[in-house]
Design a protein. Structure first.
Ligand code: FAD
Length: 470
């Protein structure tokens, strides 16, 4: 443990924000300690978020493909079945390897790792209650709060992680539910819904808003919803869950139209509550040192990630901005660069968002709706994967690339992709936006054939001129 010798930087929380900040700080020559209560590093993302969900999405996709697509490609099995414990084991192995990997990176970079629950006793001291009792005080000239977020519960619904689960429970079910009801059609609900839908659950997604994933471009969203419906996911939009009754063998949900009206009921074996996440600062002692938070509990920071208390900073899910792992990482690097007297920069308009269903949906920049609201004259260029040779060759051609560009300058304002590998394809667009590229810049960049990336080039051509292949 760190004893009481003073650090240049102390970080509370070892998630993607905190652990990346710690490694970067050490690389910049700062004496660094990272405090984490969970027992493993990597935070929500590695332990119960991004990584286990992608493991299950991949495994369940393989099963689904084996069941529905392999025969079309001339690959036949007498029968295909799910071995759920093995599938979960594969996921757990991936998580364990990665979290241990971060401990290795800490050692390599000489980051001091203190296990336990941290709470402020002054703006430069954190008291840590160790997992086996005992207490250490860790001192730092600068302290970064990277305590992340937690599942948001809904009034009147108690999460027991058994029949009423959060994403954490949904990542560890021991049986495939016959009926799964997902409350909330954000990306986490749709990803976890996809996993269990592919494994055979009847999945109904109940959403209060009139549409799924509200941040998505409207046109892409419609196609996306249709793609999920083809996979037999059901949607009940503009619908409110009034109550959940767990007294019987099956869970009974009482529903009501969002606008009010006649109630209906829905049965489920498992209910997944995925109605968003809230900043986590419980037990941290923010009051004690006077750190300001906003109405929803997020820590207020300036553009240098400094809170109102000198020497105390905050990054990641616990501050405003997209609640995403890569955003937390960018925050962490920039925050530490400021502390080290360098310049840092994070542009939240350039943070890509990905939904890892099949097909995936990825986007960066503004949606057509946002551009319209801003009153900017714009052009739209689109290209469907049905006309992309690689997508056709592999028989996985559901999707589209849509580019929104400023009419006068052709500068790209937003790119929205639905494709099997949209999460990888999007980065060419992120780079283009970051460097202020025009659609013609992408169109005149040579793209290898046959690749899915060619659809982006064609959509760029369609934005300022005409595509070739449609
Ligand atoms: P966290 O990862 O939440 O880490 C905070 C850490 O601080 C935790 O480990 C916690 O134990 C620790 N901590 C809190 N308080 C204290 C304290 N007082 N003392 C000591 N330690 C403390 N994002 C993506 O970008 N891509 C995805 O695909 C993706 N998938 C997701 C899937 C699911 C199911 C979920 C739930 C989330 C997903 N996310 C995804 C979101 C992503 O996990 C978060 O945005 C990211 O983890 C935020 O990082 P963070 O470092 O700010 O906080």
């Amino acid at each position: 443990s760190s004893g009481s010798d003073e650090n240049d930087v102390v970080i509370v929380g070892g998630g993607p924000g905190g652990y990346v900040a710690a490694i970067k700080a050490a690389q910049l020559g700062l004496k660094t300690t990272c405090i984490e209560k969970r027992g493993t590093l990597g935070g929500t993302c590695l332990n119960v978020g991004c990584i286990p969900s992608k493991a299950l999405l991949h495994s369940s996709h393989m099963y689904h493909e084996a069941l529905h697509s392999f025969a079309n490609h001339g690959v036949k099995f007498p029968s295909v079945e799910v071995d759920l414990p093995a599938m979960m084991g594969q996921k757990d192995k991936a998580v364990a390897n990665l979290t241990r990997g971060i401990e290795g990176l800490f050692k390599k970079n000489k980051v001091n790792y203190v296990k336990g629950y941290g709470k402020f006793i002054s703006p430069s001291e954190v008291s840590v209650d160790g997992p086996e009792g005992g207490n250490t005080v860790v001192k730092g000239k600068n302290i970064i709060i990277a305590t992340g977020s937690d599942v948001k519960s809904l009034p009147g619904i108690t999460i027991d992680e058994n029949r009423i689960v959060s994403s954490t429970g949904a990542l560890a079910l021991t049986e495939i539910p016959k009926k799964l009801v997902v409350i909330g059609a954000g990306y986490i609900g749709l990803e976890m819904g996809s996993v269990w839908c592919r494994l055979g659950s009847e999945v109904t997604v109940v959403e209060f808003a009139p549409e799924i994933v509200p941040t998505m471009d409207g046109e892409v969203r419609k196609q996306f919803q249709r793609a999920l419906e083809k996979q037999k996911m059901k949607f009940m939009l503009k619908t409110k869950v009034v109550s959940v009754d767990t007294s019987g063998d099956v869970v009974k949900l009482t529903l009501e139209p969002a606008a009010g009206g006649e109630q209906s009921t829905l049965e489920a074996d498992v209910v997944l509550v995925s109605a968003g996440r809230i900043p986590f600062t419980a037990g941290l002692g923010l009051d004690k040192i006077g750190v300001e938070t906003d109405k929803v509990g997020r820590i207020t920071v300036n553009e240098r990630f400094a809170t109102n208390v000198p020497g105390v900073f905050a990054i990641g899910d616990v501050i405003p901005g997209p609640m995403l792992a890569h955003k937390a990482e960018e925050d962490g690097v920039a925050c530490v660069e400021f502390i080290a007297g360098k310049e840092g920069h994070v542009d939240y308009d350039m943070v890509p968002g990905v939904v890892y269903t099949h097909p995936e949906v990825a986007s960066v920049g503004k949606t057509e709706e946002q551009v319209k609201t801003l009153g900017v004259d714009y052009r739209v260029g689109k290209f469907p994967f049905m006309a992309n040779s690689r997508a056709k060759a592999i028989d996985d051609a559901e999707g589209i690339v849509k580019i929104v560009a400023e009419k006068e300058t052709d500068k790209i304002l937003g790119v929205h992709i639905m494709a099997p590998n949209a999460g990888e394809l999007i980065h060419e667009a992120v780079l283009a936006l970051q460097y202020g590229a025009s659609s013609e810049d992408i169109a005149r960049t040579c793209h290898a054939h046959p690749t899915m990336s060619e659809a982006l080039k064609e959509a760029a051509m369609a934005t300022y001129d005409k595509p070739i292949h449609i």
